[in-house]
Ligand binder design. Sequence first.
Ligand code: SF4
Ligand code: SF4
Ligand code: SF4
Length: 520
Amino acid sequence: MIKLKIDHQEVEVPEGSSVWKAAEAAGIHIPALCLHNELDHFTSCMLCLVKDGSGKLFPSCSVKAADHMQIITEDEEIREGRQMALELLLSEHVGDCEAPCQIGCPAHMNIPLMNRLIAAGKWEESLKVVKRDIALPAVLGRICPAPCEGACHRKTVDEPVSICLLKRFVGDENDLHPWPVPPLEGKRVAIIGAGPAGLAAAYYLRLRGVEPHLYDRAPKAGGQLRTAISRDILPEELLDREIRTILATGVTFNGNTTIDDRHFEQLRRNYDALIVATGNIDDTTKAFQLAGTAKGIQVTGEGYETSEAGIFAIGNVLRSSRLAVRSVGQGKEVAFAVLQYFHGGKIIGEPRLFNSRFGKLRPTEFAEYLKESVAGKRRFPADSPRGFTPEEAVEEARRCMHCDCRAADDCKLRDFSTRYAASQKRFQTSPRRDMTKKFQAKGIVYEPGKCIKCGICVRLTEKYREKFGLTFIGRGFDVEIGIPFDESMDVALEKVALIVAEGCPTGALEPIRKAGDPLQ
Ligand code: SF4
Ligand code: SF4
Ligand code: SF4
């Protein structure tokens, strides 16, 4: 047996074990992309860098553990080395982790998933997806200027998907809160202002076991949704109905209540946290004496914390905006921040993952995306005031090209890029390659732009003795995964298509329909 120290911990492993395996045995997980438990090491990603006692860096997958080694698996220098290794891989990566519409939506709604569920006729499930991020879908479906549609890939070559009308359809179809509300956990939050930001904050806090109390000077909740928008565009009964859905989850509304500086101090004493969502800055708000900017109340980045601990501010009190969806999005995000405050953690708001982005879709790439969509112009409802019928909604949702990555939830490259704060742009020099998608009849799609050349697929096809299998083609930076004799993916992956897709650490090789896919 070999005895060594890893991160000051004594470890004993059989002779011949790599340093990486020794660390695993000690419960220390060193990141790696090109390692696979059925295969020998390949040492291409360089993410498994560690340091020995002399300070020398080396890949832990290919160096054998030896007696008296003293290994450090994580420090500033190692982190920088891993970040650089990731940035080199990302510099030539062609893929969108999240669809551009989702990134363009100020509430960060999962639009492609909503579209897939509508296309599959699953209304209640699509409402769940929408309500995870947007508390007032039927309202916003009528008044939002749809920045998501401005970012839609389909717009580059055709016309955007009617995302906003689809969201309205989902909100109109079902007005109940679509999942169980958790029990209260003992914390109370006062929210000053019951406009779109305050309502959303109350809703998302209640869904996290917090008891929210809304205060507003008006007799009914809704803020500027009630005063600044024509009833022809936003009928009052619809606004009432959607606000009722929020209040019915267990949100207390106190109307006809102006909060002046004296009340503000009382609320501060009586509640565990406060959120200021008054919609504008006036003398009453100024009397709260929170530090400000030229545009409104000053807050910390995405955490929305004001100059006073435990007091948060969202919506138009930060700066004036005509986008109600921005206020609704901030209402969702501040709920994360308040919970982080309660738990004593760093206040960062809604956690964000790394996002690979490849920019505009080229006209030649449209055909690749159409492989998962249908041709045809954008649809509008035949009866405009009524909105989409179910048939129209399904047809329009089918125009979505599903620009999000199939691996977005389980991609190791994305996970490690988030962990090491990698930048995709740092080493980007040449124009990107074209995005292509190769579909295999046995249920696999191969996207070469997302391949990091880890060789796992090549080695698995060798191990399982595929007749053709996959191979490396070309040299140096131009090397690609290909199929001998220009055969098809179906021929290359006769036996191990799913094993290979499972082993691929990125979204380069993925099952066309993963478990739980609504279009399955
Ligand atoms: S392969 Fe990974 S990093 Fe690339 S687009 Fe997909 S999820 Fe993002
Ligand atoms: S085509 Fe669909 S997934 Fe792609 S950007 Fe537009 S709405 Fe989003
Ligand atoms: S396609 Fe093959 S070489 Fe490329 S990332 Fe996936 S497993 Fe690695």
